[in-house]
Structure formats: structure tokens, C-alpha cells
Design a protein around this ligand. Structure first.
Ligand SMILES: *[C@@H]1O[C@H](CO)[C@@H](O)[C@H](O)[C@H]1NC(C)=O
Ligand SMILES: *[C@@H]1O[C@H](CO)[C@@H](O)[C@H](O)[C@H]1NC(C)=O
Length: 417
């Protein structure tokens, strides 16, 4: 064609032509070729037939999990909300092409246009629905390898054991399951030789829960169900609860000892004991807000508060009787039991006053007064003896209980491992 030849000779045309050639080289295949390849592959393609030439074969779906964040560990509703995506990969024998012929390495198909495994979150709480969505593109390489990365906010069920709250560890699993197919048809497994099946992707640390370790496994050979389970081993960061829950409870226990320090004449004893008792009740209700309504497992901290409330009731009962005794007429004889209480008090006190007698002779006067008093015990003595004995008994009890509860709660870490 002479016309063509003419155009080629003009310099502008040569430059244009070179540019066109350059574009052609960088882009590889043309738009038309992409369209052609895509429509050729999708002609006669059925999204409901497993992508195998031999339909007796198994489709192997390899999977991994990428965690972007733990949104919430909800003990009350026993659920775990995570954000992340699943990486699923399988071979589609109907989506293979010759790279030499088309010069195209990868193609993208909409999720609804090609076959995808019906993988669903098995232990989910909300509606049981397909992963991914309308807008997802799936990458396909020339050898037919399809990669699907459905990003999801996953709400899964997790049994949360609050026995050791707030020093607790939880193991939550996220299970994905091929709902309709058996393992012989679609075998969902983990990536072969993947050192970390649960990986992080722009992971944002949760303020209350840290990840201790992760694990993953495919369902065992004997099971017909085709599923993979990803396990997150979580640990609560206890600082908030130590500051806002445990230390006030411990301090309240200390404050309650003062019931036996306030003199009976001051008239404050009862209201003080009552106020401390009510404060424990307030903390019990605060704890209940953090814990599930669960009759199978009870939080040890909750039990500790209930024990503290029982002691509080004991304190109120002792104080009321003590006040009554304190105001008894001095004519009434002090009974054997109350004499016993006073003896116990004097015995306890004298272990120290004997020592002081040795140290300084001046104390002798005081000590001999005590000795003289031995015979005449009045109701005021009884009242102060009750204070003394109760104070020390409670102090020992309080320290023991506190040590036991804290040691037990922290010991909970080792039990779960
Ligand atoms: C699609 O299937 C029809 C009927 O089986 C067949 O005639 C046709 O050649 C197929 N087309 C392609 C591109 O395979
Ligand atoms: C499923 O895949 C796993 C791992 O590749 C394999 O060990 C197992 O035998 C397969 N099961 C079936 C039923 O094909």
C-alpha cells in the first residue's frame, strides 16, 4: 500500500509509531486480548461445578488466616470479635491458559463469576453467610491457581472461662468449614509447610487482650467434615482491673478492721460497719457487669467478695451485741463466756506486757493494776476485749484470705499454660 508507505516516511509518524510500539511492549497484551481470554475461559464455565476435569478428584483448598485486630472479647455474651482475612487458594482446571499464546500472567474475576468453595465461619454468632462479597476480585494465574482474600469482621463463639478473672487466659478458636462438600470433594487444609498459619496484617494491639500464641489445624483424617481451625491464645492485661477493682477491695478490707478500733462510746460503730458492707455490695455489682451470667463457672474474685460480705455481716452482728453488752448495767454479773473472752484478751496482751516488764521497771505499776483487775471484770472490759480479740482475728484472717486469693488468681496462668 503506497499510502501506508507515505505516512511511515514522515518524521512525526515515525515518532508516533515508536510510541505506540513502546506502549505495546510495556502493556504486554492488548485490552482486546484480555477480553478475549476472559470470555473464552468463561464460555461454558459453570460456577456450580467443581473446577476439575475429572469430577472424581478432590479440590484442595489451602488456607491461612491473617489477623488485623481483636475488636472485642465479650465475656458476658461469650463471643470474640476479630477483624482479619482468610487466604484461600485452589487450582481451577478450567481457568488455565497458555502464557506464550496470550502473554498474560494474571487475570481477575469477580467472585460471582467463578467457582468458589462454600467456606463459612462455623462457630459464628450472626447469620451464616458466604464469605467475601459482590465486589471482590479473585486473582487467577495462568496455571489456574486462584487466590481469594475475603476480608471480614468475624463474630465467633468463644467459651470464656472467668474463674481466674482478671488474671485469665482464653483460648478462642475460629473455625472455617466447607458446608456442602465432603472432604472427598473439597478438602480444606492449611498451606503446606506454612510456619505461621495465623499471621498478622497491620495488626492493631488490643488494649485489654494480648496474644500469647496462635495455632491452627485441619480437621483430622477420620472426620468427614472439611474444616480448618485457627486458635488464638489470649491473655487479659490485668492492670486496669488491679487499679480499679482489686486494690479498692483490698483497701476496703483494711478499712473494715477499723470497726473494732472505733470506741463503743463514739456511737459510730454500726453506721461505719454498715457503710463498709454496702461498699462491698457495690463492688460485687461492678464485677457482675464484667462477668457472664454463668452458673457453671464462678469467678474466684466474686466468691472472695461474697466471703468479704459474709465477714461484713459477722462484723455487724458482733458490733451490735458488743454495743448492747457495753451499755449493760454494771450490777449484772459477767457470765463465764465473757470472762473467757476477757481472759483471752489479757493473755494476748500479756505476751507483750511481760516482755515490757522485763525491759523497763516503770511499767510494773500498770502491769500490777492489770493483775488486780483480774477479779472484778465489768461490761466495759468485756466490750473492749471483744474489740481487741475481733481486731486481731480479722487482721490475720484478712491477710490470709488476701494472700490466698491473689496467689490463686495469678496461679491460674500456669493451669492454662
Ligand atoms: C460450549 O459447549 C457447547 C455445547 O457443548 C460446544 O458446542 C461449544 O464448542 C463449547 N464452547 C467452548 C468454547 O468450549
Ligand atoms: C485432605 O488433605 C490433607 C492434607 O493435604 C490430607 O492429609 C488428607 O488425606 C486429605 N483428605 C482427603 C479425604 O482427601
Amino acid at each position: 500500500m503506497p499510502g501506508h508507505f507515505l505516512i511511515f516516511t514522515s518524521p512525526i509518524a515515525v515518532i508516533l509509531c515508536c510510541c505506540a510500539a513502546l506502549i505495546d511492549i510495556t502493556s504486554g497484551a492488548s485490552v482486546e486480548e484480555y477480553k478475549l481470554l476472559q470470555s473464552t475461559l468463561l464460555t461454558n464455565y459453570s460456577t456450580s461445578v467443581r473446577p476439575l476435569l475429572d469430577q472424581d478428584d478432590t479440590v484442595f483448598v489451602y488456607s491461612g488466616f491473617y489477623l488485623a485486630g481483636i475488636n472485642e472479647v465479650d465475656a458476658v455474651n461469650q463471643r470474640l470479635i476479630t477483624t482479619g482475612f482468610l487466604e484461600l487458594s485452589w487450582d481451577d482446571e478450567f481457568l488455565q491458559w497458555d502464557e506464550d499464546e496470550f502473554d498474560i500472567q494474571t487475570l481477575y474475576f469477580k467472585q460471582k463469576d467463578i467457582w468458589t468453595p462454600d467456606v463459612v465461619l462455623k462457630n459464628g454468632i450472626t447469620t451464616f453467610e458466604e464469605l467475601g462479597g459482590e465486589f471482590y476480585y479473585l486473582q487467577v494465574t495462568s496455571d489456574g491457581r486462584v487466590t481469594w482474600l475475603p476480608f471480614q469482621v468475624l463474630e465467633s463463639k468463644c467459651f470464656i472461662d472467668i474463674t481466674y478473672f482478671p488474671f485469665d487466659d482464653q483460648k478462642c478458636s475460629i473455625t472455617f468449614h466447607s458446608w456442602s462438600f465432603s472432604k472427598d470433594e473439597v478438602n480444606v487444609t492449611l498451606f503446606v509447610d506454612d510456619p505461621s498459619p495465623v499471621d498478622s496484617y497491620n495488626y492493631v494491639e488490643n488494649s485489654v487482650w494480648g496474644i500469647v500464641s496462635t495455632d491452627a489445624f485441619a480437621s483430622p483424617e477420620i472426620e468427614a467434615e472439611s474444616e480448618v481451625t485457627f486458635i488464638l491464645h489470649l491473655r487479659r492485661k490485668p492492670l486496669y482491673f488491679i487499679v480499679n477493682l482489686i486494690s479498692p477491695i483490698v483497701l476496703l478490707g483494711v478499712v473494715r478492721l477499723l470497726v473494732f478500733v472505733i470506741p463503743a462510746d463514739a456511737g459510730e460503730k454500726m453506721s461505719f460497719a454498715m457503710a463498709v458492707f454496702l461498699s462491698f455490695a457495690v463492688f460485687l455489682s461492678i464485677i457482675s457487669m464484667h462477668l457472664p451470667t454463668n452458673s457453671e463457672k464462678t469467678s474466684l474474685l466474686g466468691v472472695y467478695i461474697v466471703v468479704q460480705m459474709i465477714i461484713g455481716v459477722g462484723t455487724i452482728v458482733i458490733s451490735s451485741f458488743q454495743l448492747r453488752l457495753h451499755h449493760r448495767k454494771s450490777e449484772r454479773k459477767v457470765g463465764v463466756f465473757f470472762r473467757g473472752v476477757v481472759k483471752v484478751e489479757r493473755f494476748l496482751r500479756c505476751t507483750t506486757c511481760n516482755e515490757s516488764r522485763k525491759v523497763s521497771g516503770e511499767k510494773n505499776v500498770e502491769v500490777s493494776l492489770h493483775d488486780d483487775d483480774n477479779g472484778i471484770i465489768n461490761w466495759t472490759d468485756v466490750s473492749s476485749a471483744i474489740d481487741f480479740v475481733s481486731f486481731w482475728t480479722m487482721l490475720v484472717f484478712e491477710i490470709t484470705a488476701m494472700t490466698i486469693i491473689i496467689a490463686t488468681l495469678i496461679g491460674g496462668y500456669d493451669l492454662i499454660g
